[in-house]
Design a protein around this ligand. Structure first.
Ligand code: P6P
Length: 337
């Protein structure tokens, strides 16, 4: 029989025991995300054909116009996670507060909380640029059987038990980790099955791509300005190539395959940067470290930051190890930049 790629379902069964808390719950969780991903993928891919483009007329807590697909993706992921009776709480970029899921069943033993950015890069939707979903999974820290509290969500990234993203690009991929490396699965839309297409993904130790919105150059800290100039000098393997899609998941995914660094620093316009610590920086940092990369705020490991607010932001330097270390060396020259 010809050898074919493993399906996501087969992979989950094969690696069930590797998940240290597993009683099959992680598989149910990833399966819930897989189902929602297929539904959202279907909507994203037909966005141009039906009237779900354009803002939903509301703004989210971030003050950003909510695109209709944002709202739909948020509803799909929340509903699917609720239905699977594995999760006791959800924090979403599109929800002002966390959602507590209290089953009527007094044996309510759901142990996990999920933090999610249902559709990151959504401003790209109506210009047909890839967007993504980012998720981050923790075990609750408050007593099982009681309603979740904010404490269950404000955990440092080092406590994550799983994290990943779905990228709705030229092909739709689910990329995730449970702390045992990073694996990528590509959807065959004809049959609705994800196949293991990128086993053991790793950032090249260095690269020649830097991803940053240089339109904000004048507002950047001096350390970032110096690093950008370093990337542009004609020396050694430089100048590097500038690639910025404006969709974190897509820039991250390309950099993980080709080598590169993504930077969204703080600036005089955004004192803590733009990306959200809990449902963008931490899950991407978990993936980066599991793929031999690094993720910092320019000075310290992202996953060691103790969150204080559900929607707090953090500066983000992430990618190939040597490139992040080089950028940090420029930041270190200026204490208050
Ligand atoms: P800017 C999308 O809104 C996002 O959160 C990331 O996906 C993306 O990298 C970044 O913001 C783009 O922000 O300010 O450069 O348009």
């Amino acid at each position: 029989m010809e050898q074919r790629n493993k399906t996501l379902g087969e992979f989950l069964i094969e690696h069930q025991t590797a998940f240290k808390y597993s009683t099959g719950e992680l598989s149910k969780l990833i399966n819930a995300l897989r189902l929602a991903a297929k539904v959202v993928n279907h909507e994203v891919n037909k966005a141009g054909l039906v009237d779900i483009l354009g803002a939903a007329g509301e703004t989210n807590i971030q003050g950003e116009d909510q695109q209709k697909l944002d709202v739909l993706a948020n509803e799909k992921f929340i509903q699917t996670l609720k239905n699977r009776e594995i999760v006791c709480g959800i924090g979403s970029e599109e929800e002002d507060d966390f959602i507590s899921i209290n089953s009527q069943d007094e044996q309510h033993q759901n142990k996990y909380v999920v933090l999610i950015d249902p559709l990151d890069g959504s401003s790209n939707i109506d210009v047909n640029v890839p967007v993504g979903t980012i998720f981050s999974i923790y075990r609750r820290v408050t007593p099982i059987g009681t309603p979740v509290t904010l404490e269950d969500f404000l955990q440092p990234g080092i406590n994550q038990v799983a994290a990943g993203y779905i990228v709705y690009g030229t092909s739709t991929m689910l990329v995730y980790t449970t702390g045992h490396g990073v694996n990528g699965f590509t959807l065959n839309p004809a049959i609705g099955t994800f196949y293991l297409s990128h086993p053991k993904m790793q950032f090249p130790e260095t690269g020649n791509i830097y991803s940053i919105n240089e339109g904000n150059y004048v507002h950047f800290p001096q350390g970032v300005k110096d690093y950008i100039k370093y990337c542009q000098e004609e020396e050694d393997d430089r100048p590097y190539t500038s690639r910025y899609i404006g969709s974190l998941v897509s820039d991250f995914h390309r950099n993980m395959i080709k080598g590169g660094i993504y930077i969204y620093p703080r600036s005089s316009k955004a004192r803590k940067g733009k990306l959200r610590l809990l449902y963008e920086c931490n899950p991407m940092a978990f993936l980066a470290e599991q793929a031999n990369g690094l993720a910092s705020d320019g000075y310290r490991r992202i996953m060691e930051i103790q969150p204080t607010e559900l929607h707090e932001r953090a500066p983000f330097f992430c990618g190939s190890r040597k490139m992040v270390e080089k950028a940090e060396s420029f930041m270190a020259q200026y204490t208050d930049s």
